[in-house]
Design a protein around this ligand. Structure first.
Ligand code: IMP
Ligand code: MG
Length: 181
């Protein structure tokens, strides 16, 4: 285990089972629709690449990049679009794929922005949810796991761009970020 990790929360196998369950549910719900998986860079990359292989339907993928955190562990509250979609979404059933729903600021901003583009439908799939920290009302249509109010890393989630490549998800030792804040 990486020595910056306090405790492993979810093993690779456990994450795989969770993603498989979400994929099966999405496969049921999106039959006959024009599914576009919209990954929010960079945190959702690992989740999205696993999830798409658990969806037994034709689908497309695209990405948007946003920034709310900088190098901190708390959202700055200001959402910046760094990369927008390449395409029109008017004919698509958009499923936003996010790593973690925390304050909800990022997804509420994105939902409003994308809704105005008049997609066929728009829903949210998040792997992790920290409901205790919600500041704005956002509802995830698909949610993998509820997590405690701790800063977690791995399986795509980072702290200051590190730890995304850990195959498991763990709680980051407080000393790693408290000394830098
Ligand atoms: P929100 O706008 O506060 O909901 O923040 C969502 C974004 O914050 C996620 O997409 C993550 O990039 C980041 N984030 C929130 N909590 C964590 C965490 O525990 N670990 C890593 N990133 C996090
Ligand atoms: Mg993210």
């Amino acid at each position: 285990m990486n020595s910056d990790i306090e405790r492993v929360l979810y093993s690779e196998e456990f994450l795989h089972d969770t993603v498989k369950r979400l994929g099966e549910q999405i496969t049921e719900d999106y039959k006959g629709k024009k599914l576009l998986l919209l990954g929010i860079l960079k945190g959702s990359v690992v989740f999205l690449t696993d999830l798409m292989r658990c969806i037994d339907l034709p689908c497309e993928i695209d990405f948007m990049a946003v920034s709310t955190y900088g190098n901190g562990v708390k959202s700055s509250g200001t959402v910046r679009i760094i990369k927008d979609l390449d395409r029109d979404i008017r004919d698509c059933d958009v499923l936003i794929v996010e790593d973690i729903l925390d304050s909800g600021m990022t997804l509420s901003y994105l939902m409003e922005l994308l809704y105005a583009r008049d997609p066929g439908s728009i829903k949210i799939c998040t792997l992790f949810d920290k409901p205790d920290r919600r500041k704005v009302d956002v509802f995830a249509d698909y949610s993998g796991l509820c997590v405690p109010d701790e800063f977690i890393v791995g399986y795509g989630l980072d702290y200051a761009e590190k730890y995304r490549n850990l195959p498991y998800v763990g709680i980051l030792k407080r000393e790693i970020y408290e000394t830098k804040e």
